[in-house]
Design a protein around this ligand. Structure first.
Ligand SMILES: Cc1ncc(C[n+]2csc(CCOP(=O)(O)OP(=O)(O)O)c2C)c(N)n1
Ligand SMILES: [Mg+2]
Length: 351
């Protein structure tokens, strides 16, 4: 299977009758704005982590097209189960900077209300969100609702039993579920090709899922394919899987040094397929972008960056004492000792 591509790396548009998409100036500008905002937010969060304001950050750099193209193809009431790197998708759902950062500052397990945004909390236990999404989709099916469920996950997480159980379970139960894999080529330091012998979209076919392969750095292709597949699922066509081929341009997390396990020429190669630059090339060619629009988006990005810095620093120092008492009904001696150590540590702070 060749990945569906509508926009070549040089910004040339090649229509594909199987995946119709009306490429208007408004659509391109909307995607350009959303991807630019996501990238700026990601940059700012990285800087905040390096300054000691966040405990950890996992960048979405390079994966903006896969996320923006897909989430904008869904309805606002379609429930989404993300993994932990879906910041561009979260921003599209209206989740705020403060809500996105609170978890990484260590203040809470999650910063937003999943019911409000129809966007579940981030899941760091690999593939745990796939059975959650499958079960949720079974509920949607039994309610007779016309919403669909989408679950985001990475290539590496598909080695987990939960992922494969979910593929089979969803296919057997014919639930309204879209499995969306961002194959960014790496699972920390393990490359995708050493993690599986058959590509994921082929494995998905074996489970009885409708499966598609798309260029994940082509926002137009991702949007066209996800729109068509989402409507097919909504119409009762059963679950499907989309494998979006993209690239994790940064390290796995701020605790990782990709220079220890991958060659910089790989990044250079993928930089020529940057999702934002590619869309911009099309927009320049078609006259969809001018200095006034660029300035407008740059202004919005600067405002988001400033707000991100401000809200992050305003988040209070976390009081995690409650974690020691809220999990078990009766405090064990070990837990009591850990709580005392924590309280002594906090009491030792000068300020
Ligand atoms: C069950 C489980 N095992 C191991 C880990 C440690 N871990 C965190 S992220 C990661 C790699 C995941 O790679 P992938 O699914 O491709 O997602 P990506 O980080 O590339 O977006 C691993 C092994 C974990 N979080 N959960
Ligand atoms: Mg990966």
């Amino acid at each position: 299977m060749e990945p569906v591509q509508l926009l070549g790396p040089d910004g040339t548009l090649r229509a594909d009758p199987r995946w119709p998409l009306e490429v208007t100036p408004e659509l391109c500008r909307d995607f350009f704005r959303r991807m630019s905002l996501a990238r700026r937010f990601d940059d700012e969060a990285l800087a905040l982590q390096r300054q000691g304001e966040l405990g950890l950050w996992l960048q979405s750099l390079g994966q903006e097209a896969a996320q923006v193209g897909s989430i904008t193809a869904l309805r606002a009431d379609d429930h989404v189960f993300p993994s932990y790197r879906e910041h561009a998708a979260a921003l599209c759902r209206g989740i705020t900077s403060a809500e996105l950062l609170v978890q990484w500052r260590g203040n809470a397990h999650s910063g937003w209300d999943p019911a409000e945004y129809r966007f579940h909390i981030y899941t760091l236990v690999l593939a745990a969100q796939l059975p959650h999404a499958t079960g949720y989709a079974m509920g949607v099916q039994r309610d007779g609702a016309d919403e669909i469920v989408t679950v985001y996950f990475g290539d590496g997480s598909t080695s987990q039993g939960e992922a494969n159980e979910s593929f089979n379970w969803a296919a057997a139960a014919e639930v309204p579920l879209l499995f969306f894999c961002q194959n960014n080529h790496w699972a920390i330091s393990t490359p995708t090709q050493t993690q599986m012998r058959a590509p994921l979209h082929q494995r998905a076919l074996g489970f009885g899922l409708d499966a598609h392969l798309v260029d994940g750095n082509d926002v137009l292709a991702v949007h066209a394919v996800t729109s068509a597949v989402a409507e097919q699922i909504r119409a009762g066509g059963g679950p499907a899987l989309i494998e979006a081929v993209t690239y994790r341009m940064a390290g796995h997390s701020t605790s990782d040094d990709p220079g220890r396990y991958r060659n910089s020429s790989e990044l250079d190669d993928w930089s020529t397929r940057d999702p934002i630059a590619r869309l911009e090339a099309l927009m320049v060619d078609r006259g969809y972008i001018d200095d006034a629009f660029r300035d407008e988006v740059a202004g919005e990005c600067a405002a988001l960056a400033e707000e991100t810095r401000r809200v992050c620093r305003e988040l209070p120092i976390a009081d995690i004492a409650g974690l020691f008492t809220s999990v078990l009904a009766e405090e064990t001696p070990l837990l009591a000792e850990e709580r005392r150590q924590y309280e002594a540590l906090v009491a030792s702070y000068v300020d």
